[in-house]
Design a protein around this ligand. Sequence first.
Ligand SMILES: [Zn+2]
Ligand SMILES: [Zn+2]
Length: 88
Amino acid sequence: MDFEKQYEEALRELEAKISLICSGDMACDHPIRQGDNYGESCQVCGERLAGYGYWGSHRDCLHQYASMGDDSEYEFCMYCEDVRRKEP
Ligand SMILES: [Zn+2]
Ligand SMILES: [Zn+2]
């Protein structure tokens, strides 16, 4: 398999998909995401996907909880560090 060809093919598919999304023919499944310490946003439709969004564009946090460890009954938000008890 030619890696470069595969890559070009994937890029073309992505471009086709993005033009469908932009013309409103397809719901955005957020194929290009960009994230930093503040959060994550979709680069196609601009929707925030986690935390405060890329570059901290929102004032509130869309929490994204991660476990503090397998033995811990708590989990914390990766972005605002809010701590909550794990769901049973
Ligand atoms: Zn999107
Ligand atoms: Zn949070």
